[in-house]
Write a protein that binds this ligand. Structure first.
Ligand code: CTP
Length: 390
């Protein structure tokens, strides 16, 4: 950090970075050290803040070459007009500038100064040089400045600087910090010890969704019914279940601290009322199995939904697809539904491709082309990201 009253804001920034688990080495120019004590930064960063080439006792020196090679990212915040000019022209008359010249890592620069200094041609042309050198500039913000003047020149807020750092390290992880539950596959409903009722769901759509969500940084819990296919690797938790009741139990257990619930499972709507303890023998007469309804998992969870929790379901319809899907959103209390219509060729839950339409609770329709399920999953996740950030 260089000499600016905004150095005090850098203290908050250092705290935020530490909270994220960053390892920090604070390097200050002598003039920054006049604004805020190096001791403050030594304590906050848990590492001695460095100011001079030569250590205070005169016996050692602060190795700018080692510092420059150690860092994965160098952030100059606040960057004063003087330091910006030193960086642009390659001066090395303090530890910060020498470290900059030695650094091989990317550099982020957050300027802070009075408005006339900031908009001066000299400063602007120095900033242009730094931008063209490939450095990331966090533009100064508009507002009241220490001089009492109002204009551009305020150091970017610490939260904004943190966001820039996080997205630098995780450029494609917009679901970072979000916990998502996905149900997938069929459920099986026992008739007797050797037989069950089930359906043809392969689980593929749900697995591809889990994979796509993970790729975007989400914490993914997969609740899966029995399938021949294996769940994708690298998920945070995979819960294997058999029946709809087991799937319901597992979902209830993890729902309260989830942000998003996506029901891709083909849950059996009915289960045999009575599971025979012994194998049913044929005796030449008609066999009758009485069925009772399974609980609707997603509809039950939707009733407990709190603010900032989202639920999405699937609908497989053979006729009046859009109307039936809209009715399902309402009946089940969903945020949006992913519709597969059997009227569309290639849609369905067995093949490798799918053609979907997403309908939200305001009845907006988004149609997609017939695609491989992996791409369909990416479309759904992209839609979800937009939906929850809208
Ligand atoms: N679903 C669920 N629990 C159930 C049944 C379905 O959570 N017991 C979820 C599915 O995972 C899917 C959505 O609800 O996301 C739609 O399921 P679907 O079977 O199409 O709807 P049903 O409620 O069974 O309605 P119907 O059979 O009348 O079409």
């Amino acid at each position: 950090m260089s000499g600016s009253i905004a150095a005090y804001k850098a203290a908050f920034f250092v705290r935020l970075l530490r909270k994220e688990g960053a390892e920090l080495q604070v390097v200050m120019t002598p003039s920054a050290a006049q604004f805020v004590s190096p001791l403050t930064f030594s304590v906050l960063s848990q590492r001695k803040a460095l100011v001079e080439y030569v250590s205070e006792d005169g016996a050692g020196w602060n190795n700018h070459v080692a510092l420059g090679l150690w860092a994965e990212l160098m952030i100059v915040a606040p960057a004063s007009a003087h330091t910006i000019s030193g960086m642009a022209t390659g001066r090395a008359d303090n530890l910060l500038l020498a470290t900059y010249l030695s650094a091989r890592c990317p550099v982020m620069i957050a300027p802070a100064m009075d408005l006339d200094m900031y908009r001066h041609d000299a400063t602007q042309s120095n900033l242009r040089v730094l931008r063209e050198r490939g450095h990331l500039l966090l533009d100064a913000e508009y507002g009241e400045l220490a001089s009492g003047l109002i204009g551009e020149g305020r150091l970017a807020e610490p939260e904004k600087m943190l966001e820039a750092v996080l997205s630098y390290f995780n450029p494609e992880k917009p679901l970072r910090g979000k916990k998502v539950i996905v149900t997938a596959g069929p459920t099986i409903e026992a008739i007797d010890p050797v037989r069950y009722i089930s359906n043809f769901s392969s689980g593929k759509m749900g697995f591809e969704l889990a994979r796509a969500l993970k790729e975007k940084g989400a914490e993914v819990v997969l609740i899966k019914g029995p399938t021949a296919l294996e769940a994708p690797p690298g998920l945070d938790r995979v819960i294997e279940v058999g029946s709809a009741l087991e799937m319901f139990g597992a979902a209830k257990e993890v729902f309260s601290d989830a942000d998003i619930f996506i029901a891709a499972a083909a849950v059996a709507d009915f289960r045999p009322e009575k599971v025979e303890k012994k194998k049913i023998k044929k005796d030449g007469s008609k066999a009758v199995i009485e069925l009772e309804e399974n609980p609707d998992i997603i509809a039950s969870l939707a009733k407990e939904k709190r603010e900032n929790q989202w639920l999405a379901g699937f609908a497989l319809e053979s006729h009046d697809a859009v109307e039936n899907a809209k009715e399902k959103i309402r009946k089940k209390g969903l945020d949006f539904i992913i519709l597969n219509s059997l009227e569309d060729e290639g849609a369905g839950f067995q093949g490798d491709s799918n053609k979907i339409t997403i309908i939200d609770k305001e009845n907006n329709l988004t149609k997609f082309e017939l695609k491989p399920k992996r791409e369909v999953a990416a479309d759904i996740v992209q839609y979800l990201i937009k939906y929850i950030h809208a």
